[in-house]
Ligand binder design. Structure first.
Ligand SMILES: [Zn+2]
Length: 677
């Protein structure tokens, strides 16, 4: 019953799990550059070629980049913290005891082996014995309270049209494969993946003790139910549209359009007392009802059992962990070997008790100077954006005024929460890995549901402090930078400022732009979905954004899969504008230095500050990725692959082309030069 976070915000990158260390530098990595390459032919190869050659994907990863190197360094820090906290001795703080005891429970492999499936057995027995008219409703409520994703999800969502309110939201869910397309596509690779999935479900049921014939039938039933749910699920492009996610449904409407499920009883069991809810994917809620009514109770129970089993796999004995790895990571992502146990346990504690662990992390690693420098960078890039908006030739003064007003209201959160989550009600028992997970998950669900009906708490974070990532929240109109990202290769304390603008500066610009991307632009500065654009400006925006849709849609993720230009539009737009804004800030900083005494930023290893800016940006994205993982990401990830985050942006930028002397006709000079902001 893995703790699942709700992902409603735009993030810098969707991270996989991680492995090996690397060196820290004070700016660009000269050793990463492929000097034989040409920056105007393929800048990504030029900036990262030697790095890519020297850094093959470790066997326990599906992707390996400089981003991932940093994430691994953070996990090694967390490991040290957790190992110390796990020593059962007097003097541990309540916080250390909490995270240390769960880490010890996770690391005790012999203890986990000895317990077998006894931790989840009561849940499985309960599902098997469930009876009565409302058995399914009652069971779904119990599983949701423990954070098991069956059928759909219930959670809080800020009212998009009244940002002072928090609504109850129903969203689609219940699938095991990464996307609805995996159930429906008929190409050879998709069919093969589904065949392997069915075989995997069968083996997992056999590990539970079911005989082969029964387990095979169960596997077929699970696939049939999940396929039916996939058919009524909305696609990811639709779900990016905030207007389409905004649908109010009353309880009476739920009863009428989705009659096979006992909504009243369910909401009562979840202690959510509201007259109406938001349905972010209303077609799913209706369609789900037919899926329930057209399947037998026995098959529905098999589906629920499967979801408990697959979500708990990593907490169970080795045979389950390995079977789960073979499918979820080897088959789906091309990973060759299971990550070491300590790393899986670090990830688990971060997911279950993230702010308790994050608090220890911040105390050890995060200094005030990092925070101050980032705040200064944010202020400079906001000033660039103001200048940029004012200078746009395609936007009317009316819309510009509104855009500037929104920009002025963006709040900045750097490092970690001001107020830490209180976990004192979560009982962690040393040696009870599954029970601890269940209690931590239930706490997280309750914490989340408690928000419904109250004004949103904008000080909350949806990422833990050690996370190497950042996000913009359109509802809160704030940008958030966890402590984990404020390190090399993003931020060089006392390092080369040109590199800082190209790396963390571009990230700041990226997050800020999310407030003005195809989705974010529909919200005003107070987080309300409101049309503040003139119709003419909105149509010009769409026209300009379409250039980016076409450009990225032509990029290949694998030989047979292109990027989805519409799915990645928000992120690509944020990358394009983010680099431009950071570059403007760099040029301003250089001008200020010049004015202060004619002392410009010096050259480093023959590279001008402008060149180092672009190299630092490119090198953040140096990565190798398996074909399998590239395919999954092309179908599911709103972010483009590293290569295109670099070349896609820079081929649109005259500033880049000037810095490296690229000429029209060369590959890094796009004839279209797409630009929105
Ligand atoms: Zn983003």
């Amino acid at each position: 019953m893995r703790f699942v976070t709700s992902a409603a915000v735009c993030v810098l990158a969707s991270l996989a799990s991680v492995p090996t260390a690397s060196s820290q530098t004070a700016g660009i990595d000269l050793g990463a550059i492929d000097r034989a390459g040409s920056p105007c032919n393929d800048f990504y190869q030029y900036a990262c070629g030697t790095w890519m050659k020297n850094n093959p994907i470790p066997s326990d990863q599906s992707r390996w980049g400089r981003f991932d190197e940093l994430a691994l360094r953070n996990r090694e820090t967390l490991k040290t913290i957790l190992e110390e906290a796990a020593v059962d001795k007097p003097g541990r703080t309540a916080n250390q005891k909490l995270i240390g005891d769960q880490y010890a429970s996770c690391m005790d492999e012999a203890g986990v082996e000895a317990k077998g499936v006894s931790g989840i057995q009561p849940v499985l027995d309960r599902i098997a014995k469930a009876s009565g008219k409302d058995w399914l409703t009652e069971e779904v409520a119990r599983l949701h309270a423990a954070s098991v994703n069956v059928f759909f999800r219930l959670g809080p969502i800020q009212d998009s049209k009244d940002s002072n309110k928090t609504l109850a939201n129903l969203s689609q869910g219940g699938l095991t494969l990464p996307d609805r397309d995996y159930y429906e596509k008929t190409d050879a690779k998709s069919v093969e993946t589904r065949d392997k999935y069915v075989a995997h479900i069968q083996r997992m049921f056999q590990l539970l003790g079911h005989d082969a014939t029964k387990a095979a039938a169960e596997a077929k039933a699970v696939l049939a139910i999940e396929t039916a749910l996939a058919k009524v699920s909305a696609d990811r492009v639709t779900l990016r549209d905030p207007q389409k996610r905004y649908t109010t449904v009353t309880k009476a409407q739920l009863a009428e359009t989705s009659p096979a499920f006992g909504w009243d009883a369910y909401l009562k069991a979840m202690k959510v007392s509201v007259p109406s809810l938001n349905a972010s994917s209303p077609g799913f809620i209706t369609g789900m009802s037919s899926v329930i009514s057209s399947n037998s109770p026995a098959d529905l129970k098999t589906y629920l059992t499967w979801r408990v089993l697959t979500e708990s796999a990593e907490l169970l004995p080795r045979a389950f962990v390995e079977e789960d790895f073979q499918f979820s990571q080897a088959t789906l992502l091309g990973v060759k070997a299971l990550a070491p146990r300590w790393r899986r346990c670090v990830v688990l504690v971060d997911a279950e008790l993230g702010e308790a662990l994050g608090r220890e992390y911040v105390e050890r690693t995060f200094g005030q100077e990092g925070k101050q420098r980032t705040l200064r960078m944010v202020a400079e890039i906001e000033a660039s954006m103001e200048k940029d908006i004012k200078s746009l030739d395609w936007m009317s003064e009316t819309t510009k005024k509104q855009a500037l007003e929104k920009l002025g209201k963006v709040a900045n959160k750097i490092g970690y929460p001001e107020k830490w989550r209180d976990y004192s009600s979560v009982k962690i028992v040393r040696g009870d890995l599954v029970g601890n997970d269940l209690r931590a998950s239930s706490f997280a669900v309750q914490h989340s549901l408690n928000k419904i009906g109250h004004p949103p708490d904008k000080s909350e974070w949806s990422m833990t402090p050690p996370t190497v990532n950042a996000y913009y929240s359109p509802a809160a109109n704030n940008i958030n930078f966890p402590a984990g990202i404020l390190q090399p290769p993003f931020f060089f304390k006392e390092g080369d400022e040109a590199a800082n603008y190209g790396a963390i500066g571009a990230v700041v610009g990226h997050e800020l732009t999310h407030g003005f991307d195809d989705s974010g632009r529909q919200y005003d500065g107070d987080g309300n979905l409101r049309e503040w654009w003139t119709a003419e400006d909105a149509s010009k925006f769409k026209e300009k954004a379409d250039c980016i849709v076409q450009e990225y849609g032509a990029f290949k993720a694998t030989a047979d899969t292109n990027l989805n230009g519409k799915l990645t539009l928000g992120e690509n737009g944020a990358d394009n504008a983010g680099v431009r804004l950071a570059f403007m800030a760099l040029m301003d900083a250089i001008a200020k230095l010049d004015a202060a005494g004619g002392k410009s930023m010096p050259g480093v290893a023959d590279f001008t500050p402008q060149q180092r800016f672009f190299l630092a940006y490119g090198q953040v994205w140096c990565q190798n990725i398996s074909d399998e993982a590239a395919r999954v990401r092309a179908l599911t990830d709103p972010h483009s692959l590293g290569r295109y985050r670099v070349n896609g942006v820079l081929q649109n930028m005259p500033e880049f082309q000037r810095a490296f002397g690229c000429q029209a006709g060369q590959p890094m000079v796009s004839s279209k030069g797409c630009r929105v902001w």
